[in-house]
Design a protein. Structure first.
Length: 270
């Protein structure tokens, strides 16, 4: 009987164990203490209030910090969204939203990020930063600009697909070597971001992979910018797998994007 009760207790505990991919949503209210001498720096934020891409976030944060260092810029990596305040954001020229998910900012924090963009600050948003867990109208309209539909599942979740560059002369695309067919989780949207005024830099050739049924886009954007903001804003749907951040082409795009968003010369243009 005792053994049976012990088994039941273990099963109950296992069922109640939290899913690390689905953290309990929290809102940060105490801003972090920034290190000294941060100026024109890169802020890397991976706060998750919805699905957490725990497989890639530690590695991608490290890669992004190294990219900033290679560009000669200091970086600060945090999961504390209270860093979105006017005083602290003035230490940064670029904010990287690294698979941030859910509504991870309070209204005041969102207003601080909006003010940062309005005065010319750059934003580079990656992968889950553009998934369907974001409900705020300013965020979805300014940072993403397209309604999320989903991605292939099951055996088709990760597939190789050919990337087509639509804007080869854009600084973010400088130095990318084609043909390029990375393996990733391919997000689809119910409408092209171009319909809301975004500029598509690259797209997926849908003939080279199997889109989820009903989620074919025809012209299927994967990287785009928002030309309507004073600050430079870019979104890339790439980057579910840790290996993506070791891909030389994607590292080149991330390097170019951070340099471009911060209004610095891009090594890819040399």
């Amino acid at each position: 009987m005792r053994k049976m009760l012990a088994v039941i207790a273990l099963l109950t505990m296992a069922q109640a164990a939290p899913d690390p991919h689905r953290p309990t949503p929290t809102y940060d209210v105490v801003a972090p203490a920034l290190p000294g001498r941060l100026d024109d720096a890169v802020l890397i934020v991976s706060k998750t209030n919805a699905w957490r891409h725990l497989e890639h976030i530690p590695h991608s944060n490290a890669v992004l910090a190294r990219i900033a260092d290679d560009l000669g810029q200091a970086s600060y990596v945090t999961e504390n969204a209270a860093v979105f305040n006017d005083e602290q954001l003035r230490h940064f020229s670029v904010v990287v939203l690294n698979s941030t998910s859910g509504d991870f900012m309070t209204p005041d924090q969102r207003a601080a990020l909006a003010a940062f963009v309005a005065r010319g600050g750059g934003v580079v948003a990656l992968h889950a930063a553009g998934d369907g867990s974001h409900a705020d109208s300013w965020y979805t309209g300014t940072i993403i600009g397209a309604p999320y539909a989903g991605h292939p599942g099951g055996a088709d979740q990760f597939q190789s697909a050919r990337i087509i560059i639509d804007q080869p002369d854009h600084p973010v695309m400088a130095g990318v070597t084609l043909p390029w067919s990375p393996v990733d989780e391919w997000y689809a949207y119910t409408a092209s971001p171009a319909a809301s005024g975004m500029v598509v830099l690259a797209r997926i050739d849908e003939a080279t992979y199997r889109p989820a049924a009903g989620r074919e886009m025809g012209s299927h954007p994967v990287i785009w910018t928002n030309p309507a903001t004073k600050g430079r804003v870019l979104y890339s749907a790439l980057g579910h797998l840790p290996d993506a951040y070791d891909d030389p082409n994607y590292q080149r795009i991330l390097t170019n994007a951070i340099a471009w968003a911060g209004r610095h010369p891009s090594p890819g243009a040399e």
